[in-house]
Design a protein around this ligand. Structure first.
Ligand code: ADP
Ligand code: MG
Length: 495
């Protein structure tokens, strides 16, 4: 069997930036070769940054072990470690037999999605599905809970109003059941209730911490006259795990690598001391909230400053190093420093580089897609974005900064996956007995950033070793979390 097999993600599309008047100095061969012979790492800020970001194998091993330790500590007692290790109350994952019309609602980052799914059982599977995606207006991310949930309920009402009669008409008196994917740390109290622990990923809605998020949504739906109820509250990791399991029974882990990050996995109940007197046989899904891991990470001055200015300083440091919301911002901070102290663009300090979050992770990806010798596309991007004519040396330095941040992020994400796989392996010896173990990953960062995927893959093989790695399949499962949430609403239907 081959090493970790990576089910291919859809290839990313390279959108060439509009070239206004950026020109390379192709004609001046002498200048060009002189520039090429100079290492891009001779810049002191960059050299130090690269050193501070290094993740050699022994260090990655320590990170994986520290994550495992915090997983165990969090399973022992609530709050025992950085990872919350939340009980999800999902003991049964989808089997394929689910039938009927169910809904899914996904709130957790840049976008908000509504779907309906008609499930036709083992043979027919998904008979029909509809979905709609909307972005969350920024003011609602930092407004009140009434505003946020009112907006969601009104969009849900619009979605249901457009519905044509389907194969599964609702019986009289029966409410439509929703799987609510709410991808923020929640202390789950049952499959259909949970209180918000804290906001992450730039959300800061007032008056919500400690409140039951399902009650907030149910109230808003009632106010909009909707005949709907939440039957399963999950996060996107659990949704991804459930949705992927519907198609492949070897899926044991669901990972999100998008705006934020998280991972969920199937755990033996006997390995969860904090379950106390509840049944200790069988398995249950644990939501690790691994983004909260904050120990021994290679934090540079740029990470520290970004963290200090964030909405949740001192928290979710792993998320701030590996997820899409932050990679571009770290690069921006390094580039700004390089402009100020190392003459990255001569004496010129582009105004836009001072603007927080102006550089997006998508932009890093776009620049890293340029594999030509003269980095013309990088030059065009910098020209359009910063209005600077960057020479080849500067263009190469910019790409090196991107690569440094993405390499660290991908490798640390790999170490987290290894921590979970080794935990499962300790409990079950499934890989040692030759069984395949599938990690389902969703999120645009993983999907669209090939370098990130490659660095992640490298660190997985480095840490697991070839033997164990040969039984691991990393599957990109795009958008299955909505299906997973709808399936869990079906599994936990009250009717
Ligand atoms: P969410 O996590 O909000 O549910 P996604 O999974 O779509 O949403 O992830 C969006 C994040 O993925 C963006 O914030 C961005 O950081 C990252 N991303 C989106 N497109 C790309 C891209 N082309 N290359 C790299 N990262 C990307
Ligand atoms: Mg998502």
């Amino acid at each position: 069997m081959s090493l970790i097999s990576f089910a291919s993600a859809s290839s990313s599309v390279f959108i060439t930036p509009t070239v206004r008047s950026f020109t390379s100095r192709r004609s001046n061969y002498t200048v060009m070769s002189a520039v090429r012979s100079e290492s891009p790492s001779t810049c002191p800020v960059l050299t130090k940054f690269q050193r501070d970001c290094a993740t050699p194998k022994p260090f990655l091993r320590k990170v994986a072990d520290a994550i495992s330790d915090d997983m165990r500590a969090g399973l022992a007692v609530q709050g025992g470690g950085d990872l919350d290790m939340i009980l999800t109350f999902v003991d049964a994952l989808p089997s394929g037999k689910e039938e009927g019309l169910f809904y899914a609602l996904d709130l957790g980052g840049t976008n908000f999605r509504v779907r309906s799914v008609e499930l036709g059982g083992k043979e027919k599977r998904v008979v029909a599905a509809e979905s709609e995606q909307l972005s969350i207006p920024h003011e609602l991310m930092i407004g009140t809970s009434e505003q946020l949930f009112g907006f969601i309920a009104s969009k849900l009402a619009d979605f249901v109003a457009k519905e044509k009669p389907g194969q599964f008409p609702l019986e009289q008196g029966r409410k439509r059941e929703i799987g609510f994917t709410f991808s923020f740390p929640v202390y789950q109290t049952s499959i259909d209730s949970g209180t918000l622990i804290k906001w992450t990923k730039g959300f800061h809605v007032s008056g919500m911490e400690g409140k039951n998020v399902v009650a907030c949504l149910n109230e808003a739906m009632e106010a909009h006259g909707l005949d709907m109820r939440v039957s399963a509250l999950v996060n996107d990791g659990v949704g991804t795990l459930a949705g992927a399991r519907y198609w492949d029974e070897d899926v044991m882990v669901g990972v999100i690598l998008g705006t934020g990050t998280n991972a969920c996995y199937v755990e033996q109940k006997s390995a969860i001391p904090k379950l106390q007197n509840k049944s200790s046989s069988g398995t249950t899904v644990i939501n690790t909230e691994w983004g909260g891991f904050s120990k021994i990470l290679p934090r540079t001055i740029f990470d520290q400053e970004m963290d200090k200015e964030s909405l949740n300083p001192g928290e979710h440091l792993y998320e701030k190093m590996i997820s899409g919301m932050y990679l571009g911002e770290i690069v921006r901070r390094v580039l700004l420093q390089m402009c100020k102290t190392s003459d990255l663009f001569g004496q010129f300090v582009p105004v836009k580089l001072s603007s927080p979050f102006a550089l997006r992770t998508e932009d890093l990806c776009k620049m890293q897609e340029d594999n030509t010798d003269d980095l013309m596309s990088v030059g065009s991007f910098l020209y359009n974005f910063l209005e600077v004519e960057a020479n080849l040396k500067a263009r190469r330095r910019v790409v090196e900064v991107c690569d440094t941040v993405v390499k660290r992020g991908g490798r640390l994400a790999g170490a987290g996956i290894v921590a979970i796989l080794e935990k499962i392996e300790n409990e079950t010896k499934r890989m040692a007995s030759g069984q395949r173990t599938v990690v389902a990953i969703d999120g645009a960062l993983y999907e669209k950033y090939p370098q990130y995927r490659r660095y992640m893959q490298d660190s997985l093989v480095e840490l697991l070793g070839h033997d164990l790695a040969s039984h691991v399949v990393i599957k990109h499962t795009k958008d299955v979390s909505g299906l997973g949430a709808a399936l869990l609403a079906a599994t936990n239907s009250i009717y």
